[in-house]
Design a binder for this molecule. Structure first.
Ligand SMILES: [Zn+2]
Length: 197
């Protein structure tokens, strides 16, 4: 009698567990369907419709220097030797050495968002562009031609190169050029048409 009761109880408990699992699965499905439906509802409320009307932001780039050679290219994860610091390092930038014209130009339309000078980087200008892109010009002469808040066009002269960047002193007067996309350093070669320079 007891044994029968026990096995019946077990069956009841097992049934309850199964029923609970099935109920949870049904609820999960219902929630998923509700979420998907909500997503589908958004276009009808105009969210995606508005995005369709936004102009496609394309940034046009020009070179930051004329008549320059590349002393050190962007290296990504590959180590390059820093002759000044006498150590191997990752160089997420392009170093332009002028052959004559020392002028540095904004690579695209944008707004000057930072100008500063420190010992290791020299004088630095940062210009913010569309699409989360920022161009950064280091090792400039402290006598810059723009200030924070200035609007610049592609090709606007912003300053001249110098050897103000202590950590790359041995490269002499040059532009250490970086670009970031949403705050992360990216390869400027992906944006600039450097050709065979
Ligand atoms: Zn550099």
């Amino acid at each position: 009698m007891n044994k029968t009761n026990t096995s019946q109880k077990k069956r009841v408990i097992t049934s309850v567990i199964y029923a609970t699992i099935v109920a949870l699965l049904v609820m999960a499905c219902a929630i998923t369907i509700a979420v998907v439906n909500n997503r589908n509802d958004n276009p009808t409320t105009g969210e995606i419709g508005n995005n369709d009307e936004l102009p496609v932001a394309t940034v046009t780039f020009v070179l930051p220097m004329q008549n320059a050679t590349i002393a050190k290219d962007y290296s990504g994860a590959k180590l390059q030797y820093n002759d000044t610091l006498k150590q191997w390092e990752i160089h997420k930038a392009i170093d332009f050495v002028p052959t004559d014209n020392l002028s540095v130009y904004a690579v695209a339309n944008g707004t000057v968002t930072n100008v500063y000078t420190n010992y290791l980087e020299g004088t630095v200008i940062e210009i913010s562009h569309d699409d989360g892109l920022v161009s950064i010009y280091k090792s400039l002469d402290s006598d810059v031609l723009v200030q924070v808040g200035d609007t610049v066009s592609a090709g606007t002269e912003i300053g001249t190169v110098s050897n103000s960047m202590a950590q790359e002193l041995n490269t002499n007067a040059h532009l250490h050029f970086e670009m970031t996309l949403n705050g992360i350093k990216v390869d400027p070669n992906d944006y600039l048409s450097l050709g065979d320079k």
